[in-house]
Design a protein around this ligand. Sequence first.
Ligand SMILES: NC(=O)C1=CN([C@@H]2O[C@H](COP(=O)(O)OP(=O)(O)OC[C@H]3O[C@@H](n4cnc5c(N)ncnc54)[C@H](OP(=O)(O)O)[C@@H]3O)[C@@H](O)[C@H]2O)C=CC1
Ligand SMILES: O=C([O-])CC(=O)C(=O)O
Length: 308
Amino acid sequence: MPTPPAYPAEPARVLLLGFGAIGRHVATLLAPEREAGLLRMCAAEREVAAHRDRAVPGVELSTTGTDTDCPTWAEALAEADLVVECAGVEPAGEYGPQVIAAGMDLVLTSVGALADPETALRLLAGPGRLWVTNGAIGGFDVLGAAAEAGGLDAVRIRTSKLPTSLLRPWMTDQQEAQLRSLSPGDDPVTVFSGGPAGAIEQFPANVNVAVGLAWATRGRADPAVGTGAGVGPQAGQAELLRRSLERVRVELVADPAAGRSRHEILATGPAGRIELAFESAPSPENPKTSGLTALSVARTVRGALGLP
Ligand SMILES: NC(=O)C1=CN([C@@H]2O[C@H](COP(=O)(O)OP(=O)(O)OC[C@H]3O[C@@H](n4cnc5c(N)ncnc54)[C@H](OP(=O)(O)O)[C@@H]3O)[C@@H](O)[C@H]2O)C=CC1
Ligand SMILES: O=C([O-])CC(=O)C(=O)O
């Protein structure tokens, strides 16, 4: 007879970093687990006062900011078993490494944080474990298998989004006006073409998937050789990721006809030709974000906690 899964005696304490579109959706998706007493949830925001009117039942609030009527980030972290980052690339880089260093597991949604080599090393350094969510894309079982066997030579991702969801503060008035003027029927405009690190620097809220793809296709070190003399496990993983970030090519397209965000992946090599396309329903909390991301994060959380 199979051994029944070992459910924790106490509810697992999950701390969300960021309670925006993805955080709220994840909290809603995990409501059955909360109601079944399998987990408790707290969400850290930088301005809790601004979030009180959008409370999700059963989720306590804490702050990375200066609110005084709720637990601080440090107090909430001390009570947590698992941290789930869904705040953005910058806060992921700011808070993620301290979570890992404290020996706590971290689910990373802003996977783009891994494009910074120093942050990647710190996120991989342990003793806490890093759980990298698939986010809005997937197929990573077959892509990972092919990459681990050295079976991929080229990996590409083409992401198409509505032009106005690609507006960024660094854009010139002319670039902004071009994106705003695109209307259905106009040709799509490529706004970025290059590697995932450059893409995430310019579009931190739009191409986490590209860094996620690089992570998924980093392959593995030859156990006999490692990744280089004297390279420890986390440095080895970081080096594999660095090479993978150089291999992945990204195209980001402003498409006035894109009703939904679309991610097209093409990976080729001795293992074969793998083509994948993803069009997610919009997030119920924010139509600019793919709803699939929160579904992936909820699944990653269940996996990290060993929940069914
Ligand atoms: N892996 C993937 O496939 C995908 C990953 N993502 C990543 O997920 C992130 C979140 O997406 P989404 O939920 O749609 O974004 P939102 O902007 O809706 O939510 C982000 C929330 O995080 C909060 N936040 C920002 N900085 C901090 C901080 N220092 N401390 C506490 N809270 C903070 C924001 O607060 P405030 O209101 O104060 O700004 C906001 O409430 C994206 O930025 C992106 O990096 C997104 C889509 C796909
Ligand atoms: O939501 C999406 O479609 C993907 C996205 O923004 C990201 O990867 O940052």
